[in-house]
Write a protein that binds this ligand. Sequence first.
Ligand code: FES
Length: 129
Amino acid sequence: MPEVNIGKASSFQDPGRRVVEIGSVQIGVFQLDGKFYAYENRCPHLGGPACQGKILPRVLEAVAEDKKSAGRVFSRDQLNIICPWHGFEFDIRTGKHVAISKYRLRPVPIRTGGGDVYVTLPRKGESGP
Ligand code: FES
């Protein structure tokens, strides 16, 4: 599987996202707290461009001492990518759907070296949900 240099690590925002296209493969590259994550830009639901959706903190239900709902709050440590087609949400750090475990973005190996960022392309026939 070919490894491709996609640029200087310092050129990526943190937190941030960049979608790169290499040949016929689109890859969403994310940086959070100095760590890189990469996924094929294809939603496991119906193939939408999941990596190009909004990035938002996970919404949680706050529970008061009386066990009643205290409303919704944003997570302080989980950021999700939201597929623009039907709103499926995936944890950027794992690629997993936040509620339905059978849905997961396909991870792409990514590493840094010498100040650059490299992704390893999937073999032909390996991409897609
Ligand atoms: S294609 Fe992504 S939520 Fe349907």
